[in-house]
Design a protein around this ligand. Structure first.
Ligand code: SF4
Length: 336
């Protein structure tokens, strides 16, 4: 039995060429680095959430893991094999093992196809038409808690929650081992969000799935992820066990994100860290710690020296001055 993690990513870099006016403004620079040296492992049955503001690189990272975005350098190993070494035929079989759930629950479903056709499609794509497709469709509908007669509906006849369930059914149709889900609850009411997350959690347990979740919704993270990684300008600034990070974020950026998350307990004191500036451009990365232009705890060294990655409790983070205990530190700075 292999001891390798299901997924092992190390020093991954993804770059995009830029052109036109942006390139001219940037002088000689023709590339931006959207993922800038990221590493992590994902064990079987584990869920990792990637969190961060728009443009932090989390979607690009997930697309690289799924082979939709080429890596400039670094390593992505899946079940012990380097993804870059897979042939086209290898990728086709890999697509059965790594399944992607896209963000827009209704828009990601072809409007001209019935639910039956949508659920049968993955089998046809992989040449598995010999199976009893009606039986598979019924199995998948039952798995995601939809009645049989939904097979004859079309996407415009589904609510957002029902469409998301169909999306989940498509994602698990071919018994994958890893699901990559981009904002799995986007556009759904809070109560429906909870139903979808419960469904994903129960499928994970029943099918032994691993999940990589991309989200900016921290309630989702807490409800579904064993571990979380906070991204800033294409790098992990803090990664560790979800509950430990929620209890005591050690990186100031993590603390700021968590403080902006509305607290469900109305009696709990809520101190919000107001970050002073916009996210810097990838064309003009700040020196030293790249968060120093926005960090309420920045000191002189922060602008000049890149902080090393270090372990603290169950987390790894990059900061010269990690917070002792998140809640205590949060109260020392301005509240909104
Ligand atoms: Fe803030 Fe300095 Fe830590 Fe960066 S290294 S997060 S600027 S305290």
């Amino acid at each position: 039995m292999t001891t390798e993690p299901l997924l092992a990513v190390s020093n991954l870099r993804v770059r995009f060429r830029i052109g036109g006016v942006i390139s001219a403004l940037a002088g000689r620079l023709t590339e931006i680095e959207a993922v800038a040296g990221v590493g992590f492992t994902l064990e079987r049955g584990q869920t990792l959430a990637l969190v961060g503001e728009s443009g932090s690189g989390k979607t690009t990272l997930a697309r690289a893991v799924n082979g939709l975005q080429p890596a400039a350098s670094g390593s992505i190993r899946f079940e012990g094999r380097e993804l870059g070494n897979f042939s086209n035929a290898g990728w086709k079989s890999l697509r059965r093992k790594i399944s992607m759930m896209f963000q827009d629950p209704v828009g990601s479903l072809s409007p001209r196809l019935s639910v039956r056709s949508l659920l049968a499609e993955p089998f046809a794509i992989h040449g598995l038409s010999g199976r009893s497709l009606n039986a598979e469709v019924e199995r998948l509908l039952a798995l995601v808690g939809l009645p049989r007669d939904f097979a004859d509906r079309y996407p415009h006849q589904l609510s957002g929650g029902q469409a998301r369930r169909v999306g989940v059914a498509r994602a698990v149709a071919l018994d994958p081992v890893l699901i990559i889900a981009d904002e799995p609850t986007a556009g759904l009411d809070v109560s429906i969000q909870g139903e979808v997350l419960n469904l994903l959690n129960s499928l994970r347990d029943r099918m032994g799935l691993s999940m990589l979740i991309i989200t900016h919704n921290l309630h989702v993270v807490r409800q579904i992820a064993d571990r979380m990684a906070v991204m800033y300008l294409g790098r992990f600034v803090e990664e560790g066990e979800t509950e430990a990070i929620f209890q005591a974020p050690r990186h100031p950026y993590t603390a700021a994100l968590l403080s902006a998350n509305p607290e469900p307990d109305p009696d709990k004191v809520h101190n919000r860290i107001a970050l002073p500036a916009d996210v810097p451009s990838l064309l003009d990365r700040p020196s030293g710690c790249e968060f120093h232009t926005r960090c309420p705890f920045a000191q002189d060294i922060c602008a000049g020296q890149v902080p090393a990655s270090s372990a603290l409790g169950t987390s790894r983070l990059t900061c010269h001055f990690p917070l002792d205990a998140g809640t205590r530190a949060v109260k020392t700075i301005a509240t909104t």
